[in-house]
Design a protein around this ligand. Structure first.
Ligand SMILES: Nc1ncnc2c1ncn2[C@@H]1O[C@H](COP(=O)(O)OP(=O)(O)OP(=O)(O)O)[C@@H](O)[C@H]1O
Length: 751
């Protein structure tokens, strides 16, 4: 058996999933320079540049890479040599210590450096340049690294990948041992990327039985939670039992018994509507119920001074240079008169015009008006079209992502029942994207007396999160709804708006390439479609709409398949952002990411910190929260610090740990679902076929309405027409409409 001891000088390859690593060890004590360095190849659980290792294995000569040591076992040692110590501390592993400071620390404490850091960290402050505060931070980081290493080794016994182990450890810290012993199913609830199946296999390794009640309860909760990810607020009982039994491979009776107990323990709530028993996670149950109540409470009547209002509208019309039609006037009137008003309409039907009118009318009356939208992009557009400041709903409600030990979700809004928004009127645009969570948060921050004006296009796809909020609210008829249908957009030859309305009405659109902004390139072979998409993104579209290939958005109906976003991204990356000398790249969850790649955040991360910096590096704004659908560019990949730096819109810089990279996807192509609420100069939509449930009118309508200047459909004409004719939608189990009705009946009863 061959051995080598030294510090990790550099890591040249690392697979974060299985720990396979190629690294170079340098022995500072080597007498001969020839023996100073060793290339080591093998599986290392947790290793960073600067670590001090003793490796054992077999020396071989690789036919391409030359001599290397195939590592069979290794142990991490405390470096006892000052050179190695200096190297370890200065490797960047501990934030705040660079090579110069490391040298000063080691010079002062010599071989005792590490024991001082562990036992008497306050002494670090004896060194010039290290404050008490910094000494504490260094000690904390050092201890955390030690504990993390131990946890990594422990987690490996459960067959957990390296990357996931880091993530799990960061979430639970020392509590991890307890979680794995008592309830490994918590991993599925708490850690994104760990599904029930992984948690289940961990549990089984830990000795949990297939039909243990504990497992079945976890399974039921998991199925409910998963259904939330698919947009449902509840599941009918029979469906929940069947899905859980199938997932767990157990009898339905067992599931039914466990479910009753969950209901008794109030972990699962139910509602009976006719014959149907609807089962909810308790969070969603109370959310729906509270939202129904709060909406009705908000919907007060306000007196209207008719003449004054007419006068104000006339003034606005004069300034705008055109008259509002009757429906538009009605919308303004309703908004003034009612606590809750919904204004819905397709593109170009005058929604923005009404918002502007309402704004001016209320402003003249000296009222405080706030504007908001569900996404950053939508809020930005709202600011541009109204000239008033609009914010994301999260920002308006002062999302606080700070985590404390009791609240691991980390998400709470500073604006809530205790500290509501101080406004007379709140106008929210793009409301079709609001899910039940956001509605609940929003209503919690409003007090009756504040008017809520909801603007949106009910024909867009529903929110990604659970609920069918806008549709349910409209269907319940609890408030006034103005449906705009007259298209006002003037651009003479523009077919985007005209076609969007035709699609929505189920009418065939002309695919004859006679317009200047709506094209169909008929292709039937997958490779031909891909070639055309590349050509459009790289060449035709950028010059046609005066944008860069990064701004041309490919929108695909699906993720999987040759025309799915995963494959298209792989291909488009090669063209839009090819490999280049000096451009760092690294693989995460099977996807190659490269500096300058266009990426998208794929889940709401309320704790992620961002900052805006001047070009001199000074931070001038900071905040938390990166949201599902946010698009950015990878600026740098830092191998040593294991960090990927991304710049999002408006210069928000965010650092992702390598373990957080599963929150990110390439975004040259994105699914149509993810494109909701965004607009792009040009969109390219490959369409060849797909499941009927998915390929419907709604999806095509949403895709087409994302384009500002140009839409190009590439693929089969028949599929386009089939989509226009297909009104099948995936069912969403949402009870908001019913709850509003129940509440209205209760109130009538009380009267
Ligand atoms: N009553 C009207 N008479 C004449 N022009 C109008 C009228 N209402 C709106 N417009 C004009 O029609 C165009 C589209 O209106 P607006 O931008 O308000 O629609 P929108 O529904 O907000 O569209 P989108 O959702 O696509 O942004 C604007 O140029 C607007 O000035």
């Amino acid at each position: 058996m061959d051995e080598f001891e030294g510090y990790v000088d550099r890591i040249t390859f690392r697979n974060e999933e299985n720990g396979y690593t190629v690294l170079y060890l340098v022995n500072p004590k080597a007498e001969d320079t020839e023996d100073e360095e060793e290339c080591c190849v093998g599986c290392f659980s947790y290793v960073a540049e600067g670590s001090y290792l003793l490796v054992k294995g077999k020396r071989t000569i690789h036919k391409n890479y030359g001599p290397q040591l195939l590592v069979e076992s290794y142990e991490e040692k405390q470096p006892d040599d000052t050179v190695a110590l200096e190297r370890y501390l200065g490797s960047g592993a501990i934030k705040g210590i660079g090579p110069a400071l490391a040298a000063r620390i080691v010079k002062k404490f010599g071989k005792d450096t590490l024991s001082i850091m562990e036992m008497e960290p306050e002494r670090l402050a004896e060194i010039k340049g290290i404050s008490q505060k910094m000494a504490v931070s260094i000690a904390n980081q050092f201890n955390e690294k030690q504990q993390m290493r131990q946890a990594m080794i422990f987690l490996q016994d459960y067959g957990i990948s390296m990357n996931m182990a880091v993530k799990i450890y960061r979430y639970y810290k020392e509590e991890i041992y307890e979680v794995l012993r008592k309830n490994p199913y918590r991993l599925a609830e708490d850690i994104s990327g760990i599904g029930f199946k992984i948690a289940d296999s961990i549990a089984q390794k830990g000795g949990f039985y297939i039909d243990s009640e504990f497992r079945i309860r976890a399974g039921v909760l998991y199925v409910l939670q998963q259904s939330g990810n698919q947009g449902h607020c509840y599941l009918p009982e029979a469906e929940l039992i069947e899905m859980t039994a199938k997932l767990l491979g157990v009898e339905k009776e067992l599931v039914s018994t466990a479910l009753e107990k969950l209901v008794l323990d109030k972990e699962v709530k139910f509602d009976e509507v006719g014959e149907e028993r609807r089962l909810y996670s308790s969070t969603l149950y109370y959310m729906e119920m509270n939202c129904a109540g709060m909406l009705l409470d908000l919907n007060l009547d306000f007196p209207v001074e008719e003449e004054l209002l007419q006068k104000r509208i006339r003034e606005v019309e004069k300034r705008q240079g055109f008259c509002l039609d009757d429906l538009q006037k009605k919308a303004v009137h309703q908004a003034v008169q009612n606590g809750v008003t919904i204004i819905t309409g397709g593109p170009g039907t005058g929604k923005t015009t009404i918002i502007n009118t309402i704004l001016q009318v209320f402003d003249e009356d000296g009222m405080d008006v706030l504007l908001a939208a569900p996404t950053g992009r939508a809020a930005k557009r709202m600011s541009e079209t109204t000239g008033w400041e609009a914010q994301t709903i999260h920002r308006l409600l002062e999302l606080n992502g700070g985590v404390n030990d009791d609240d691991k979700s980390g998400m709470h809004f500073e604006r809530n029942k205790m500290q509501p928004l101080e406004a007379d009127v709140l106008i929210v645009d793009e409301f079709s994207m609001v899910d039940i969570y956001l509605l609940n948060a929003l209503l919690n921050a409003l007090v009756p007396g504040c008017r809520l004006i909801i603007v949106g296009d009910v024909n867009q796809l529903p929110s990604v999160g659970p609920g069918n909020v806008l549709r349910d609210m409209i269907q319940s008829e609890f408030c006034n709804v103005v449906r705009l249908n007259q298209i006002y957009r003037q651009e003479a030859k523009s077919q985007i708006v005209v076609n969007a309305h035709k699609i929505n009405a189920g009418e065939a659109i002309a695919l004859d390439n006679q317009s200047v902004d709506f094209f169909h390139l008929e292709r039937y072979k997958i490779q031909d479609i891909i070639n055309v998409v590349i050509q459009l993104v790289m060449k035709n579209m950028p010059s046609y709409v005066d944008a860069s290939p990064y701004d041309i958005q490919v929108l695909a109906p699906m993720r999987k398949g040759e025309l799915g976003v995963e494959n298209l991204n792989k291909i488009l990356q090669r063209f839009v952002n090819p490999q280049e000398m000096g451009k760092k790249e690294r693989e995460f969850h099977g996807v190659l990411f490269r500096e300058q790649d266009k990426i998208m955040q794929i889940k709401n991360d309320y704790q992620m910190k961002w900052k805006k910096v001047t070009r001199f590096g000074d931070v001038y704004e900071e905040g938390t929260g990166v949201f599902n659908g946010d698009v950015g560019i990878i600026q740098r990949i830092y191998e040593t610090e294991e960090v990927v730096e991304v710049e999002f819109e408006e210069g928000k810089m965010v650092e992702y740990d390598f373990s957080q990279m599963d929150e990110m996807e390439l975004a040259y192509a994105i699914t149509i679902h993810k494109s909701q609420g965004s607009e792009y100069p040009a969109v390219v939509i490959p369409i060849l076929g797909g499941p009927r449930m998915l390929m419907n009118r709604n999806l095509l309508y949403t895709a087409v309405t994302r384009a500002k200047k140009c839409v190009t459909l590439v693929g089969s004409k028949e599929t386009v027409y089939q989509m226009i004719g297909n009104v099948h939608e995936q069912k969403r189990y949402s009870g908001l409409c019913q709850r509003i009705h129940d509440r209205m009946l209760e109130e009538q009863g009380e009267c």
